[in-house]
Each structure stands twice: as C-alpha cells, then as structure tokens.
Design a protein around this ligand. Structure first.
Ligand code: KG4
Ligand code: ZN
Length: 345
C-alpha cells in the first residue's frame, strides 16, 4: 500500500503527517500562534516566515515518528487552499519540491476535505453517505458527503458572514481574552452559567434557510451586552452563554439536516469541533435522535498534517489523477471535492 506524506500550512500551523491505508504512522506540528498573540490575530507574513523555518524540520520529525524513510514516500499531498495565500504558497512549494525530488505524484488538496478525512484515521472508513458539519476558523458549512475521494460535495448550507471559530475569536477579544479565543472560552465557560444570558440563535426563524448560519449578529449581541455591563462584567457567564448559543445553533441545524436527508451518521470536524461543550451537546442530541456521531479527537480537529495525509491517502487509493505541476495556491477555493482542480471544477 502506498505511503502518503501530507503537508499543511494554510494558517498558523505547520503540519506534516504520514498515512498508509487509513493508518496514521506519525505526524509533527509546529505552531506560530505565540507570534500572533500580541496582534490579536494571525499576521500572514509572520505565519509564512514561520512555515518556511518549520517545514523541513516537521517533515523530518514526522518521518522519524513514523519509523520510515523519506525515500519510502509514494505520494505527496499538500493543502492548495483555502487559507492565507502566502502561507499556502510555502506548503505548496515544499510539496512540489518533495514530490519532484522523490519522483512521486503530487496531490493539491482542499484543506476542508482534510478536516473531514482525518476522522477515518481514528474511526475507520466513512459510511456511503453522511452529513458533515465543518466548523473552523474560516468556514462553517453543513455538507452532504458521499465518497470523499470520488464524489462532488453538496453544500446544504454555509455561513453568510462570520465562521463559528471567528465568532469565538471575536467574542474572546470583546471579553479581553487572548487569541485564539476558542480554547480560552471553552476553558473559562466551565466556571460560568450557560443559562445566565439568553443570546440569540441566529437564522432559526421559520422563514430562514434551515442549514445556513450567521454569527455576526450573535457577536454584536454579545458586544452590546458587554457594553452595558462594563466594570461588572461576569466574563465566565458571558463566555458560557455565548458558547451555549453557538452549540445549540450548530446542533439543531446539523441534526435537522441528518433527518431531512435521511442520513444516520453525522461527522463533526474543524477546530471548533474540539470544543468540549459542543461535543457533549452534539453527542446527547444525536443519541436522542438515533444518529451516530463521529468526531475526531480534539488534537486532530484543529489544523494538522495528518489530515492532509489522510485525504491524500483516500485519493491515492481511489486512483485519482495527480495535480499538474503548475498547480497554484487557491486562497478562497470553495469546497466542491477533495482534490483541487479535480474533474468537478
Ligand atoms: O480548523 P482550524 O484549526 O483552522 C482553520 O481551518 O480555520 O480552526 C481554528 C478555529 C479558531 O477560530 C479557534 O478559536 C477555534 O478553531 N477553536 C475552538 C476550540 N479550539 C479551536 N473553538 C471553540 N472551542 C475550542 N476548544
Ligand atoms: Zn482548518
């Protein structure tokens, strides 16, 4: 079975992973997050420079962890988009260099397909059909998935403004908490009362599109509340109540999508899927509804190299055509399939 090297550099994590036949052999991750904290968000040039420095060491470390040799690699998969343009370009250039030097095919893959594919490494092959809720820092979508390596991906709904992770990051900022906001809110919310404040559940009216999301109004509602309570702000209660609103919103829509499309498996992936409250609520509601929930462990929910190796492994095993050596970075490419510039584009 072919050995696939995966490379991820779409945002502030430099990841490398090695997968063979659905099994993660080893991976390595470096983050430049500490360099972005004082700016309150990722600075693309800083991230790109950090990728350049970390790229080769991460590949070497992943190869070592996997107990293989670089020359054993049969294919290279790399995030070609979406993401920060300069960051994606570093990974793509590295992927081309490794593929050329090793004389193996290169697969330019969609970052979000990687988020979905990573679950295969922990929970085995995906069913024939499933609903996927992708909740990351840049995207929030409900999708209908068939064979991830062969079929086009159907969008049932997307966010019309902010992504769920972006909402966590912006609300954290409003509360004076550091970037990235998701993990901090997750932690602080444990000390707060999720029922203390009732924040709105956006896009949930009878005339709203059932599977679309909007988080900018929720962020504004939190901002207004924070303004009115300056000086006596119960940070933990606000964090818990905001998190509860997001969790309720995501669960209600994802489960409705499963029911309406007669699908019995829900896959929840992306950085926000690491959230402990969202995981617990989704598990509870899926059990009630008779739906099987699949969620990767938190470390594989946030960006990493294993997820790109996982999607590359699916593509290689499906006999997908490799990418052309001229492939470029696609910073805002929509998710239509696992392969960028695939037959569906
Ligand atoms: O998937 P990801 O690592 O990168 C993108 O592709 O965007 O997602 C990053 C996002 C950030 O907005 C971060 O705040 C959020 O995921 N996140 C969380 C948690 N861990 C990361 N949000 C809520 N709770 C968490 N525990
Ligand atoms: Zn991501």
């Amino acid at each position: 079975m072919p050995l696939v090297l995966g490379i991820e550099t779409s945002c502030d994590e430099t990841g490398a992973g090695l997968v063979r036949d659905g099994v993660l052999l080893g991976d390595a991750l470096a983050s430049s997050v500490d360099q972005h904290v004082r700016f309150g968000g990722v600075v693309p040039e800083v991230a790109a420079r950090a990728h350049l420095e970390a790229m080769v060491p991460m590949v070497e470390r992943a190869v070592q962890a996997a107990g293989v040799k670089l020359s054993d690699v049969d294919a290279v998969a790399v995030t070609a988009g979406p993401g920060l343009a300069t960051a994606v370009q570093i990974g793509l250039a590295a992927g081309k260099a490794y593929a050329t030097a090793l004389g193996v095919p290169l697969y330019g893959v969609h970052h979000l397909a990687g988020h979905a594919a990573v679950d295969v490494l922990e929970h085995g092959p995906l069913p024939e059909r499933c609903v996927a809720l992708i909740v990351s820092g840049g995207h929030t979508s409900i999708l209908l998935l068939g064979d991830l390596a062969r079929d086009p991906i159907v969008h049932l709904g997307d966010t019309v403004d902010d992504a769920a992770g972006e909402a966590f990051d912006k609300v954290a900022r409003l509360l004076g908490l550091p970037y990235p906001g998701g993990p901090v809110i997750d932690r602080i919310a444990k000390e707060g009362d999720p029922q203390a404040i009732h924040f709105p559940r956006p896009m949930s009216g009878p005339n709203d599109p059932p599977f679309a999301f909007s988080f900018s109004g929720l962020k504004t509602a939190v901002a207004r509340w924070v303004e009115r309570h300056e000086g006596t702000l119960p940070v933990a209660d606000v964090a818990a109540s905001f998190q509860e609103a997001v969790a309720d919103n995501l669960c209600t829509k994802a489960i409705r999508a499963c029911k309406e499309h007669h699908v019995d498996t829900l896959l929840m992936v992306g950085g926000v899927a690491a959230n402990s409250r969202i995981r617990a609520m989704m598990e509870e509601r899926c059990t009630e509804a008779g739906i099987t929930l699949r969620v990767p462990s938190p470390r594989l929910c946030t960006d990493n190299g294993a997820m790109i190796a996982a999607v590359g492994d699916l593509l290689v095993r499906a006999g997908a055509p490799p990418s052309a050596p001229t492939i470029g970075a696609e910073p805002s490419v929509v998710l239509r399939g696992a392969l960028i510039s695939g037959p569906w584009t």
